[in-house]
Design a protein around this ligand. Structure first.
Ligand code: MIG
Length: 778
């Protein structure tokens, strides 16, 4: 990989630009480098001035963008030799593999609020991460283009001739055809600040990228549970009834959400006094049930001198300014609104303080936050966003920092939640807009999708792309936000969401009520099953998040990341890996009776997670499915920790025992791990209060050992059950021994063996999860 040419020649570049932007009239790049631009402006040739004048301002419908610093753009070309597979640069409702852009639009990175955005589209939506990955069997590389102004990326894969050095006869040079992908980056402003990441493995790339932008924040465990949202849960009574509905129907859930209607006239940090007379009482009820509340807090602030947040921000000069130096005013939910300037550290600090319990009236420690509309969304703005010539702290024009606006709001919100707990507790903040590095502050979701099968399908490549761009904690609205899903689609969406990192059901204000029990007993049962599966899987998921946090491994991974040499995986986007052990192929076709599952790896062994059936001949299998099926496969060689049963929410489950699923590979070996801590605080970091355990199956001994001596955490929780998949013959005896205990005699273990599935089940083990122990199978 090498950078090919810097854009110095404006003649050629202009040609490129025009063809590019013919479908993109919202942008007019003038293709000279910043350095050239300065020279130009000092030259006083009247003819030149005449030509340039038009470029100093630009019209977008009725909006005028004045370019105070003149027109500019920067760009750079890269040629990726031998590469025909490139990924990344979210967020687009597009395929996992980036497409050639030669005959159509470039991929656009420009954060916008696009209600019911189109799919198979390269226009920018809510978030932007200017990070591209290129992959070929023996190398993965990355390009991180650190620029937060509007950015376009063109991709052109072609075949080129390459000379092959040959020995004899010396005068004949051989040639061969190899692929090459040219990537052209262009940004509206700023400097060229680009990082080339050399891999060579996908996991090296993730680490290298994390060194630049940070790793995923470790979420509090509750936030990996199921979230129930809608626009809107109307009032306290409604919240209580929905909460009770989960218990009545025996469905676990952790968090209920309130949308914009809970506020006093869309004044964030307030409550509608009629609908929510006593928000503390409501939260106390939820807290007794070991559940949480998330409320929405948008970045626009109602222009209302009686609203303290507004008057304080106004007085302190904390709003983004227009080009004339007045507070920028736009229209949003509350009507006329100003926008907090989160790029200013002082504003962020002040904003963070708003989350203090004494400032945010009616808030308690179970209240967490959702940041929406932070592209920022401005109704009646060009493309529904802020004018590019608005001015931020330090005199930065909005165009320069546009894609960072939401990033900074989420940062300030997360800091507020940490501060409010005096540094004790991990925050949870969901954001719609994001940038490179947003993983440090919480979760993202894919915004206003539609209750249609095609949106369920596209959610998988969208989430995979966000994940490999560093943001592991991501999800799509289960059910589809806009419209009303038919029951089958809703069921399928729950099943898919149960195996994705952020799992929230959400619905538009105009959509019918959609709580999981409203679609008949049978559908309720199947949804309950999916959610319960999610909850039993939490120890594995939480351990994956710990790895994302510490070593930058994405939780949800494209197949090629785990099988980098297997060409047939490179374009797969209807299935994915959750960690390195589980392959998930959600059913995303209407009325499906079978799915074609690719089980990659020539010497891999796979097991059906529900039926334990061993699938020895990888390749593409046609798997029969019913409405109940979630095709999930465990990879031979792995150990997956589960809970043996579920509770009403994660907090009810702390003491529930573990089951370890051991799936043997072709050499009868398996290894896996478990991470646990107090599930909510920073003690794992400051006091090293955590357990990181390692489980190994080798030569018929299954052992539990410490994966990280630094961590200490006391738990009474036990491993109760071990299932070993792929055991060829019935053992004659199984014994367990505790290590390091003087009187630790071997204990007989109760076991059953199922010859049909080759599964050995060990039960009633009661081995403490923090102890070292060994199980011998003879
Ligand atoms: O466009 O706050 O994506 O999740 O329910 C409407 C109301 C504004 C957009 C979010 C959606 C949320 C809704 N918001």
């Amino acid at each position: 990989m090498e950078p090919a040419k810097e854009e110095e020649s404006s003649v050629q570049d202009e040609a490129v630009d025009k063809s590019n932007f013919k479908n993109c009239n919202h942008i007019a790049f003038y293709s000279k480098t910043t350095a050239q631009k300065k020279e130009d402006t000092s030259t006083d040739s009247s003819q030149e001035n005449q030509e340039d004048l038009g470029l100093w301002q630009e019209e977008f419908g009725s909006f005028l963008d004045i370019k105070a610093n003149g027109p500019s753009s920067i760009g750079l070309d890269f040629s990726l030799h031998g590469c025909e597979h490139v990924y990344g640069i979210p967020e687009h409702a597009e395929t996992l593999l980036l497409k050639n852009t030669s005959d159509n639009d470039a991929y656009r990175l420009f954060n916008l609020d696009v209600y019911g955005h189109k799919i198979q589209d390269k226009m920018g939506i809510y978030g932007s991460v200017p990070f591209l990955l290129a992959h070929k069997p023996n190398r993965t590389a990355g390009i991180f283009w650190l620029n937060s102004s509007e950015t376009l990326v063109e991709i052109n894969t072609k075949a080129v001739m390459e000379h092959v050095p040959s020995r004899s006869p010396p005068d004949i040079t051989k040639q061969r055809v190899v692929p090459q992908t040219d990537v052209h980056w262009m940004s509206e402003s700023g400097i060229i600040d680009v990082f080339l990441l050399m891999g060579p493995t996908p996991f090296d790339i993730f680490k290298q990228y994390a060194q630049l932008t940070g790793t995923q924040a470790l979420p509090p465990l509750f936030s990996l549970g199921y979230h129930q949202c809608r626009w809107n849960y109307e009032d306290e009574q409604d919240v209580k009834a929905v909460d009770a509905g989960f218990d009545e129907h025996d469905i676990p859930y952790d968090v209920i959400w309130l949308d914009i209607e809970h506020t006093e006239g869309k004044r964030y940090f307030t409550w509608d006094k009629k609908k929510f007379q006593n928000p503390k009482r409501m939260q106390e009820l939820l807290k007794r049930k070991k559940r949480k509340l998330v409320v929405i807090i948008d970045p626009h602030i109602k222009v209302d001198p009686m609203y303290t947040l507004y008057s304080q921000a106004k007085k302190n000069g904390y709003f983004v300014k227009d080009r004339k130096g007045q507070d920028f005013e736009g229209i949003c939910w509350p009507g006329s609104s100003s926008y907090l300037d989160f790029t200013n550290p002082e504003v962020r600090e002040w904003y963070a303080d708003q989350f203090a319990f004494k400032s945010y009236k009616g808030s308690t420690d179970i209240l967490f936050v959702w940041n929406d509309m932070n592209e920022p969304s401005v109704f009646k703005g060009a493309e529904l966003t802020m004018q590019r010539d608005a001015v931020h702290h330090g005199n930065w024009e909005h165009r320069e920092v546009h894609n960072l606006y939401g990033f900074y709001q989420q940062m300030a919100t997360a800091e507020g939640l940490i501060k409010r707990s005096r540094g004790q507790n991990r925050p949870f903040v969901l954001t719609r807009s994001f940038f490179a590095g947003s993983q440090k502050y919480g979760a993202v979701w894919t915004g206003d999708n539609v209750a249609e099968w095609s949106y369920l399908k596209i959610s998988i490549p969208m989430l995979l792309t966000i994940s490999i761009a560093g943001i592991s904690f991501c999800g799509a609205d289960v059910g589809g936000f806009i419209g009303d899903p038919e029951p089958e689609l809703l069921v399928r969406w729950y099943q898919a969401g149960a195996y994705q990192p952020f799992f929230r059901g959400h619905a538009n204000i105009e959509s019918k009520r959609r709580e999981p029990w409203l679609f008949g007993d049978e559908n309720t049962r199947i949804i309950r099953e999916a959610i319960r599966e999610r909850y039993t899987l939490l120890p594995y998921l939480y351990s994956l998040f710990y790895r994302a946090h510490t070593t930058a491994e994405p939780v949800m991974r494209p197949l090629w990341v785990e099988f980098p040499k297997e060409q047939e995986t490179f374009g797969v986007e209807d299935e994915y890996m959750l960690g390195n052990a589980l392959l998930v192929h959600p059913v995303i076709e209407q009325e499906a009776t079978t799915v074609n599952v690719l089980l990659p790896g020539s010497d891999e062994v796979w097991y059906d997670l529900r039926r334990f059936r061993r699938l020895d001949y990888p390749g593409t299998l046609k798997i029969p499915v019913t409405l109940e099926s979630i095709p999930v496969f465990q990879r031979g060689g792995s150990v997956v920790p589960l809970k043996t049963t579920v509770g009403r929410s994660t907090e009810w489950m702390t003491d529930i025992s573990y089951e370890l699923r051991v799936a043997l590979d072709s050499k009868d070996f398996a290894v896996g791990e478990l991470y646990l801590d107090d599930e909510h605080s920073f003690q794992y970091l400051h006091k090293k209060q955590f357990l990181h355990r390692k489980f190994t199956f080798h030569k018929n001994v299954f052992s539990s050992s410490c994966a990280d001596e630094i961590g200490q955490y006391h738990t009474k929780c036990v491993v109760e059950r071990v299932l070993i998949l792929g055991v060829q013959k019935q053992p004659t005896s199984v014994t367990a021994s505790l290590q390091g205990k003087r009187d630790g005699k071997d204990k007989e273990v109760v076991f059953t063996y199922d010859a049909k599935t080759s599964t050995l089940t060990l039960e009633k083990l009661l081995l403490n999860v923090g102890d070292d122990w060994k199980i011998h199978i003879k």
